[in-house]
Design a protein around this ligand. Structure first.
Ligand code: FA5
Length: 356
């Protein structure tokens, strides 16, 4: 029996294809949405687009379509294929996002358990360690701590201490000035002035803090460093007590075999004045580049408070005497820890700091 004519056969196939396409178009969104996991989604996708997939089967029928209709129907098949592929990617993204959310929301560990590694904790900077040690020694000797500002009046930093304005002696401590006529204090001696203006003797204070100078930096100089001022005012305070306090301080800090020496020196606010050196710990007094071949390292200036300073601060110089000293914390840290260059203290290299 002869088959149906060629053209009507082709039309049958065309309508078969269109019916198949319509069925798939109606089904595939629900089929993808029903897939809850990536593997089941991929399985569903393979059923549609895989080698033996339903859309692939439809595509294979194209060969039997009359050539003049093939292009149009091919385009319809491809359009559906594109829709299916896009829907697959969209569903895949949704499934992956849901999986990530589930992982994040799941609590795979007990957040309240202590960590397995001890968290590294920091510690005080060596300058602070030494400052605290010095403050502690003087506190035990009966000194109270006095605080004061780093931005200071010229009057308190210089004038009341016997440096007249524009006097060449201020060149010893060249400072940083603000436009309003204040300056960054060049030493902690401003605290003597503040204490004497506000309190009646007897008293004994120490005052730690940062100071600033236009000094060029080198192994023993920084433009910002720390000092600790100390002063005691009472009736009949003598130089012997100054010497006793500083010797006791040096021995408590550096050990009983420490040697210190007093050298006569000039500061406008003391009379007599001295500089105090500690025997160089690097060369044991033999002379090296750090102590500039002298065998000694200067740590502080000291002396008996000048009667003019008492007068400027309203204290009767006939009744009271007192001593004062000011030491550089970095220089003391240098000797305490054998640090060859002060700049290491401010570079903040963790390999250096971790040693303290
Ligand atoms: C003074 O600053 C006086 N106010 C000290 C004083 C107080 C004398 C009371 C008498 C009575 P001097 O400029 O020498 O003095 O500094 C004191 C100490 O600070 C020095 O001995 C030194 O240890 C330290 N020092 C001075 N300049 C620097 C600097 N650029 N960098 C680090 N440390 C410094």
């Amino acid at each position: 029996m002869a088959g149906p004519p060629q053209s009507s056969n082709s039309e049958n196939i065309e309508s078969n294809i269109d019916a198949g396409l319509a069925t798939l178009r109606a089904q595939f969104p629900a089929r993808f949405n029903a897939a809850e996991s990536e593997p089941s989604l991929r399985e569903e996708n393979a059923k549609l687009l895989g080698k033996k997939g339903e859309l692939t089967a439809i595509l294979k029928q194209l060969g039997a379509v009359a050539p003049e209709a093939r292009k149009a129907i091919g385009e319809r098949v491809n359009a559906l294929k594109t829709e299916v592929e896009a829907a697959f990617q969209k569903r895949l993204a949704t499934i992956e996002a849901a999986k990530r959310d589930a992982e994040l929301n799941a609590r795979p560990f007990d957040l309240t358990l202590p960590g397995r590694l001890a968290a590294p904790i920091g510690h005080a900077h060596p300058i602070s360690i030494v400052r605290d040690e010095i403050v502690d020694i003087f506190a035990r000797l009966g000194f109270q701590v006095h605080d004061g500002p780093e931005i200071e009046l010229e009057d308190y930093n210089f004038t009341k201490l016997g440096f007249p304005p524009d006097h060449p002696a201020t060149d010893m401590q060249d400072s940083f000035w603000t436009t309003s006529g204040h300056l960054l204090r060049t030493h902690t001696s401003n605290i003597q002035v503040r204490a004497m203006l506000s309190q009646k003797p007897p008293f004994a204070f120490i005052a730690p803090g940062a100071v600033y100078r236009r000094d060029d930096e080198d192994a023993t100089h920084l433009p910002m460093f720390h000092q600790i001022e100390g002063f005691m005012v009472n009736e009949r305070v003598t130089f012997a007590e100054l010497r006793g306090v500083l010797t006791e301080f040096a021995e408590r800090l550096y050990g009983r075999d420490t040697t210190i020496r007093f050298r006569p020196s000039y500061f406008p606010f003391v009379e007599p004045g001295a500089e105090v050196d500690v025997r160089c710990v690097f060369c044991k007094g033999g002379g090296c580049s750090i102590c500039k071949q002298t065998g000694w390292i200067e740590i502080l200036g000291a002396g008996m408070i000048h009667p003019a300073v008492f007068e400027h601060c309203g204290i009767d110089p006939e009744k009271y005497t007192g001593f004062a000293f000011g030491m550089g914390v970095e220089r003391i840290a240098m000797l305490r820890y054998d640090i060859p260059d002060l700049r290491m203290l401010v570079e903040n290299d963790p390999r250096f700091l971790v040693q303290f």
